[in-house]
Design a protein around this ligand. Structure first.
Ligand code: CTP
Length: 408
């Protein structure tokens, strides 16, 4: 059992909660931020207290929930919170909070703290869809974003409260909000504003309309890389084969089925990518001809011959279209001679770094939550990482890319 990762140890996050029904989800946001190591100070507005109580937040953060502008700490609490916060996230942010923030009001602890910070502020709007579409709300939102520089996360579209049907106004889900906080905390100079292109998941090569040749890649490694790159401030595009994992937060996802489709999707995008990560498990061969109708065994056949032909190598065939100076990472799944084979792939495919992992090992590779990788660098230097979850592997790989890019 791996011990939980606490990448945000020592980071301070203020979570502002205002009075909307989505406030019940904010307890989960507080809990997840705290589990990731952040010190979380929760500020409840008086309206929020009608929906959720301070003790719920105190239970998950281990810190007192704050409600009063004038507290035992004296009149300077908002100044300390604003100064010390590495990020402030307001979830839910009601129409009233947006109005007060846009006006620069200082009529409670939350709005006063917003005025007292120089750190990143994320607002997660949540309200009924008619309210959200109201021109005054939109104006406040635009002001918060364009004039005050606040980041606006959401809302999403879906079921609304009070039987109001479907619409745009739902607060983002807690795990998505946590990723937005991660981006505010984790931006790095090597990744901020850079375009990152990632291939992910398996490809499926059709045998007939109902069958395919594929592999057991879950897409979890590509997903973890996409979220990690986005948290560092990159603009991320993922070209993904069919997977059942949720789409990575923040990334544009281009869905494809076959290796040929993946090659074409990558070819059209790689020219603008500063960093490329080839994490897909591309099928090396495909049936020469996909049958147009289902292959039947009604004739009593005892065998079926499938003639397979080689698929394009996505990394190699798009090599000439790479942007000058792009940093390119390949992955290598090997059953033997891990490092030697990884080195060969680094050279033959023009990679700057290869992340090699052993096939057929428990706790590594396909369908596993964890991975055990060796990184092989440009000078042949290797770095063997301990078995860790795929999010941690993604961070370790991007740390390496970060260092190599910064050294250029
Ligand atoms: N790759 C690719 N297109 C392919 C096959 C592989 O882009 N048709 C990429 C993978 O995404 C990975 C790297 O090339 O980044 C190495 O993939 P891997 O499957 O380990 O190796 P192969 O090139 O397929 O070689 P082999 O099967 O001989 O190990």
């Amino acid at each position: 059992m791996l011990s939980p990762r606490r990448p945000w140890e020592g980071r301070r996050v203020v979570l502002g909660v205002t009075g909307g029904i989505a406030a019940y989800k904010s307890v989960q946001v507080a809990r997840d931020l705290a589990l990731l190591g952040a010190q979380v100070d929760v500020i409840l507005t008086s309206a929020a207290e009608r929906f959720v109580g301070g003790p719920s937040f105190e239970g998950v953060t281990g810190r007192p929930a704050l409600t009063q502008l004038f507290s035992v700490e004296g009149a300077a609490l908002h100044l300390r919170l604003g100064r010390e916060a590495d990020a402030i996230v307001v979830a839910p942010a009601t129409a009233d909070l947006l109005a007060r923030a846009a006006q620069g009001r200082a009529d409670d602890l939350l709005t006063t703290t917003l005025l007292a910070t120089k750190g990143p502020v994320i607002l997660c709007p949540a309200m009924n869809d008619r309210m959200f579409a109201h021109s005054q709300v939109q104006r406040n939102l635009t002001h918060c974003r364009d004039v005050l520089g606040y980041r606006i996360a959401g809302p999403s579209t879906g079921a609304l409260a009070a039987g109001e049907g479907e619409g745009t106004g739902r607060m983002l889900e807690p795990d998505t909000i946590v990723q937005h906080v991660g981006r505010a905390l984790g931006e790095s100079t090597a990744f901020r504003g850079r375009c990152v292109l990632i291939t992910s998941g398996p490809t499926r090569e059709a045998v007939d309309p109902v069958r395919f040749v594929g592999n057991r890649s879950s897409g979890r490694m590509g997903h973890a890389l996409a979220e990690a790159a986005w948290r560092r401030g990159a603009e991320v595009t993922v070209v993904s084969g069919p997977v059942s994992v949720d789409p990575p937060v923040g990334a544009e996802v281009v869905r494809i089925d076959t290796a040929v489709e993946m090659r074409d999707a990558v070819a059209g995008r790689i020219g603008s990518a500063d960093v490329v990560l080839f994490a897909a498990a591309v099928a090396d061969f495909r049936p020469e001809e996909a049958q147009l109708s289902k292959v039947k065994r009604s004739g009593g056949e005892s065998s079926l011959d499938l003639h397979m032909v080689a698929n394009p190598d996505v990394a190699v065939e798009t090599r000439s279209a790479r942007k000058t100076g792009a940093f390119v990472v390949g992955f290598a799944l090997e059953t033997e001679d891990l490092v030697e084979n990884a080195r060969l792939k680094l050279e033959s495919k023009g990679f700057d770094l290869v992340v090699a992992n052993p096939a057929g090992v428990v706790g590594a590779g396909f369908e596993s939550d964890t991975n055990q990788v060796t990184m092989v660098g440009p000078d042949g230097a290797t770095e063997v990482l301990a078995s860790m979850d795929k999010d941690a592997v993604a961070d370790a790989v991007l740390d390496r890319v970060d260092a190599l890019l910064s050294a250029r």
